[in-house]
Design a protein around this ligand. Structure first.
Ligand code: IVH
Length: 660
């Protein structure tokens, strides 16, 4: 990949990753799996490492998520909302036991609780009355979500027998039943489904409108006193006190040694499905509050507690079929259609297979019995094939060669595992293609953003980018939130875009790796779209900054019947195909050049194209009519002939200087 390609690719990936990060962290509505997100982020990191000059401080690779949003007022936490150190095995758990023993060298009582997978918050009560509540945020400062918290039934409005001032930490969660019910309702209304209870809870709590939050029916369970104007001796005592005050409190059990905790940890793990809430582990804490204070905290987490993370729940299911979905960017995603299984609180009847490489690595076949897990993923994933249970007669699976949505050929990305539909008119890519066509770097059609495109598409007025040029103001005016005036403005903007010229048009087509810069480079070389469409591989390769991979993408794009149909519709609509980027520089007009020997900077055909680009002629043999001979390394008889005829001989450097 050359620098320009890398630059464009980095910009595109950055936008994609940022968008997904925003959806995940700010909207709690991820649209891709963690696996896919990590893959995108890693390709961006790899590219930035290979081309560090394009790394910028605002790149999503340079920050970690979980910032305080500007939507809600910030609240500085009285006591920080620390996180927990995770342990993943018995050994790590016992090491924690040894650490605490070494630090305290006295008898230690431990407490074991489920670790609820929700949203951490702190709630403050003054004189027993709910005063304020905030999200965890970065642990030091959270968001004021008091009004939304008021809608939670299990958050007491008043406490009985509470100290004058108390701040309690707990977890806001959506009960599994509530989550399932909510998704059933959303499905009926044709709305997007919520990914999992945690995301649903987070999304609900951060709704700006408390009425919406109220509909979501959240719950609160508490597990820590952050601050109180009364002192307690043990954790168990605080939990009991919180229960007496009216809170729903995390269930706990006390043990005299870490070894004794294991049984309870295993019990909780085995009964995960029977709790009302999702959990992702057990928390083991030192019970004595003086001992806790003695141990203190590291920068991030207390030394007196750990979270024991359960391995993700996995279950077996049978692959009844492999279905293929075409995403908005044309990427084909295979999905295993499964015999329904209960997994981590939901019924799963499909699991992602990501891409062809993933299928090949696991050798997943229709008819196979597979292990499925969620592992903090929103989308269940096939993780292993049980070969012992493979029936006779199965065959390896290959993604279709033609797009299931539009029948266009599917091609593999040159730089990755994704298989992509090449159809310029593919219905699955409609919204994105049309939005891209109208965007700033492309045809730059004022007033035609994603929302307007969506309503045009939904009303059936446009199906492909070229259809934009066949819209009439009257039908546009009939759309929701569109008046006569704005419809006329839109039509005028579309009309004006006809004159944008070749560079923008090329960028608007959405050919892979052909963005604004490549569009311009091509438009400098070709006078119009027809000239470009007639160019072969070699001629396209001669364009500066256009690499062979991009050339192939260009050729493939124009080869497709759907693309040609688009070109035809654009032509009939009167869209200008002419380049606005042609440099009229005829410095070599009337001059004949002969190239001989090996040039280091240019291939023969590039040098020839450059000469012709400046209006000169490149000839194969030296004669009296020759104006210059450009002599590279190991030049032979042509150089001798030039000398004998007294024709000026240029070194490669001198030739390059003439091209400046
Ligand atoms: S105690 C300073 N107990 O887990 C100790 N945390 O990974 C604070 N969580 O952000 C945590 N259930 O949101 C504690 N029974 C429990 C918990 C629990 C869930 C969450 C909490 C925290 C995260 C740490």
């Amino acid at each position: 990949m050359d620098r320009n390609e890398a630059k464009e690719k980095i910009a595109a990936l950055r936008q994609e990753v940022s968008e997904h990060a925003r959806r995940y962290y700010d909207e709690d509505a991820p649209s891709i799996s963690d696996f896919e997100y990590d893959r995108l982020l890693h390709s961006l990191m790899d590219l930035e490492n290979a081309f560090p000059e394009f790394r910028t401080p605002d790149s999503p690779t340079q920050r970690v998520g979980g910032h305080v949003s500007a939507k809600f007022a910030p609240v500085r936490h009285e006591a920080p909302l620390e996180s927990l150190t995770d342990v993943f095995s018995r050994e790590e758990l016992f090491a924690f036991g040894e650490r605490t023993q070494a630090a305290l060298s006295e008898h230690i009582v431990y407490d074991v609780e489920p670790k609820i997978d929700g949203l951490s918050i702190a709630v403050e009560y003054r004189d027993g009355v709910f005063f304020r509540g905030a999200t965890r945020g970065d642990g030091q400062t959270g968001e004021d979500v008091t009004e939304n918290l008021r809608t939670i039934r299990t958050l007491p409005a008043r406490l009985s027998g509470a100290p004058e001032r108390i701040i309690v930490r707990g977890e806001v969660y959506m009960a599994r039943d509530t989550f399932l019910q909510l998704n059933r309702e959303r499905e009926e209304r044709g709305e997007a489904l919520l990914a999992n209870p945690r995301n649903a809870a987070a999304g609900s709590l951060r709704q700006l409108d408390p009425r919406v939050a109220a509909e979501r029916k959240l719950d609160l369970i508490v597990y820590n006193i952050q601050y109180a104007t009364r002192s307690y001796e043990t954790h168990a005592e605080t939990l009991d006190a919180l229960g007496d005050m009216g809170f729903e409190v995390v269930p706990y059990k006390l043990y005299d040694s870490i070894r004794d905790c294991v049984e309870q940890i295993d019990w909780i793990g085995a009964h995960r499905d029977s709790f009302r809430y999702e959990m992702d582990g057990a928390v083991i804490k030192v019970n004595d509050l003086v001992q806790r204070a003695l141990m203190g905290s590291t920068a991030k987490a207390p030394r007196w507690a750990v979270a024991y993370k359960y391995p993700p729940e996995r279950k077996q299911g049978r692959v009844l079929d492999i279905a293929v979905q075409v995403g908005r960017t044309g990427v084909l995603t295979p999905k295993a259609v499964l015999s329904p299984i209960r997994l981590a609180g939901t019924t799963v009847s499909a699991a992602t297979l990501h891409n062809q490489d993933f299928i090949d690595r696991l050798d997943v076949r229709i008819g196979d019995t597979v292990w499925v897990q969620k592992a903090g993923e929103i989308i269940p994933e096939v993780v292993e094939v049980d070969r012992a249970l493979r029936p006779e007669g199965t065959v390896p699976y290959t993604l279709p060669a033609l797009c299931p949505e539009c029948g266009s050929p599917v091609v593999r990305d040159a730089d990755g595992a994704a298989m992509r539909c090449t159809g310029a008119e593919c219905p699955a890519q409609r919204l994105r293609n049309i939005t891209h066509f109208a965007s700033k770097d492309a045809m730059d059609i004022d007033g035609l953003g994603a929302a307007v495109v969506e309503s045009l598409v939904n009303a059936g007025l446009v199906k492909t980018p070229a259809d934009l040029y066949y819209l009439d103001a009257q039908s546009v005016a009939a759309l929701d939130r569109m008046g006569k005036k704005s419809a006329e403005n839109l039509i005028a903007a579309i009309e004006a875009s006809k004159q944008q010229g070749l560079a923008r048009l090329l960028s608007a087509f959405g050919i892979r790796q052909v963005g604004a810069a490549a569009g311009k480079a091509l438009a400098r070389r070709f006078p119009d779209l027809d000239a470009l469409m007639n160019a072969n591989f070699l001629e396209l390769s001669e364009v500066p900054d256009i690499g062979p991979v991009t050339v192939q993408y260009i050729l493939d794009w124009f080869d497709s019947p759907q693309s040609r149909h688009q070109v035809q519709l654009l032509r009939e609509a009167g869209v200008s195909f002419a380049s606005r980027e042609q440099v009229v520089d005829t410095r070599f007009a009337g001059k004949t050049f002969v190239l001989t020997g090996t040039l280091l900077r240019y291939t023969r055909s590039q040098a020839k194209a450059l000469i012709e680009g400046f209006g000169g002629k490149a000839s194969g043999s030296v004669s009296k009519k020759t104006d210059y001979v450009v002599a590279g390394e190991a030049a032979g008889s042509k150089l001798d002939k030039a000398r004998s005829l007294g024709i000026p001989v240029l070194s490669e450097d001198e030739f390059a200087a003439m091209l400046e």
